[in-house]
Design a binder for this molecule. Structure first.
Ligand SMILES: [Zn+2]
Length: 230
């Protein structure tokens, strides 16, 4: 695959991802980005090698006898929650195409096990959302779809937002973001994303606080003004 990504997670995020200490929502987005980005995969490989060298030089640590069982129990219970919630797929016109071949494996797995509904939910005339249940208390993890040429309202951020473009492209005042690009919005950032004219754009996103409208007509953005970590 040709590496077309121009926007990457920073070095510290990759170090934490490699060490397994990056929190879940950010890890989901980094892992999706890695699918598209050979540059970050190479960096990660080096970090993993350094990490395993450090591990091999350190003293062995005592681990509880049932540690492995505890991890497996957590994974099993997460699967049970999700499979009971994903059986209500109906309307073909708004359903999510789960066989989208360009999607990273981690995203397909997330869609198959954690998606609350297989149907898109309308946020505005240009944007649909589909939320995941990931066991997160601090981040809403979701797919967002912007229609071709669709404008989102201009807004500010009060928390962190990680975004990975999975399909198509969008732009804002600063740049054009294409498949695989990884973006991190910080508190205080203001922008107005717009879908490309040549087709819909689907992004994976993790948001820690609702966005804040910058227009006096911001009350029209009501569906946007809350997040649902779950
Ligand atoms: Zn990268």
């Amino acid at each position: 695959m040709i590496n077309t990504t121009n926007h990457h997670p920073d070095e510290n995020m990759l170090i934490e991802f490699s060490a397994g200490t990056l929190e879940t929502a950010a890890s989901i987005c980094v892992s999706a980005h890695l699918h598209f980005c050979s540059r970050c995969r190479t960096k990660l490989l080096r970090l993993d090698q350094v990490g395993s060298q450090i591990m091999s030089q350190s003293e062995p640590m005592e681990v509880a006898d049932n540690a492995f069982d505890q991890v497996m129990e957590k994974i099993d219970s997460a699967d049970l929650v999700s499979s009971s919630k994903t059986s209500s797929a109906t309307s073909a016109s708004t359903s999510i195409n789960t066989s989208d071949e360009g999607f990273p494996y981690s995203v397909k797995k997330l869609i198959n096990t954690s998606l609350i509904s297989k149907n898109w939910k309308r946020l505005s005339s240009s944007v649909d959302v589909a939320r995941f249940k990931t066991g997160q208390e601090d981040f809403e993890v979701a797919l967002h779809k912007i229609c071709a040429g669709g404008k989102t309202p201009k807004h500010g951020h009060e928390g962190l937002e990680y975004t990975v473009v999975l399909k198509g492209s969008f732009s804002d005042e600063n740049a054009v973001y294409r498949e695989g690009d990884f973006l991190m919005r910080q508190p205080g950032d203001v922008h107005q994303p717009m879908g490309a004219q040549n087709g819909e754009c689907i992004c994976l996103s993790a948001l820690s606080a609702p966005i804040v409208p910058t227009s006096p007509l911001g009350f029209l953005m009501k569906p946007w003004l809350r997040i649902n970590p779950m």
